[in-house]
Design a protein around this ligand. Structure first.
Ligand SMILES: Cc1cc2nc3c(=O)[nH]c(=O)nc-3n(C[C@H](O)[C@H](O)[C@H](O)COP(=O)(O)O)c2cc1C
Length: 199
């Protein structure tokens, strides 16, 4: 599917058909996800993929009963490693010259050292972009999705054994829509949201 068509036809779907997603399809979606941009290429996202029905049901309960979680073919819990920047950052630039690598790794350390606010901001930015990549990749191979923040973050974190230096940022559920979505809620016109050169 053309990218513009995927963007235009993606909707947040609340009800999915009973459908098994293949390992190949999951792999295709995740291979696209890891091409999402991250600041300094630190690739701080971590994706916990959930296909086991029992776990999806538990997650649906922790999502205040939102049934798209248990009905989905695949639930992806997007997490971020807050300390990705200091864990062997040379690996994010392994393909460039040693001189460039040293320069970039130095930049990473300078930006993040003693800056927990940046760690968290970048986690949210990286995962937000990755979530959209996931939803568009899913759409282009025939799947629908719903981005989600309506769940108990602490309890979902416990359920997936979230490491201490990671955070859960959001979820994306993926499946085949059971029915046509309602018309869009109502998009603001460009004139309300776009400003040329300054506000
Ligand atoms: C960060 C984020 C969190 C969301 N959380 C939920 C959620 O918990 N449950 C839900 O049904 N929809 C959720 N949505 C979907 C929005 O309600 C939806 O994107 C919005 O109404 C626009 O509809 P559309 O995506 O079909 O264009 C979330 C969307 C975003 C971006």
């Amino acid at each position: 599917m053309d990218t513009i068509d995927a963007i235009k036809s993606r909707r947040s779907i609340k009800s999915f058909k009973n459908h098994e997603i293949t390992k190949d399809e999951i792999d295709q979606i995740l291979q696209c996800a890891i091409l999402s941009p991250t600041s300094y290429n630190i690739q701080n996202w971590r994706f916990v993929i959930v296909t086991e029905q029992k776990l999806k049901d538990e997650m649906a309960q922790l999502s205040y009963g939102q049934k798209q979680v248990s009905e989905a073919s695949l639930v992806i819990v997007l997490c971020a490693d807050l300390k990705a920047w200091e864990k062997n950052p040379e690996r994010y630039w392994k393909n460039v010259s040693e001189e460039s690598r040293n320069y970039l790794v130095n930049g990473i350390k300078q930006a993040y050292s003693g800056n927990p606010e940046l760690e968290k901001d970048q986690a949210i930015r990286s995962c937000g972009i990755a979530a959209q990549t996931i939803m568009l990749a899913a759409k282009s191979i025939g799947y629908d999705s719903c981005p989600m923040e309506g769940f108990d973050y602490d309890k979902v974190g416990k359920l997936i054994n979230l490491p201490d230096d990671h955070i859960v940022t959001m979820m994306v559920v993926i499946g085949k829509s059971a029915k046509d979505p309602a018309p869009r809620g109502g998009q603001l016109p460009l004139s309300d949201v776009v400003f040329e050169n300054s506000f």
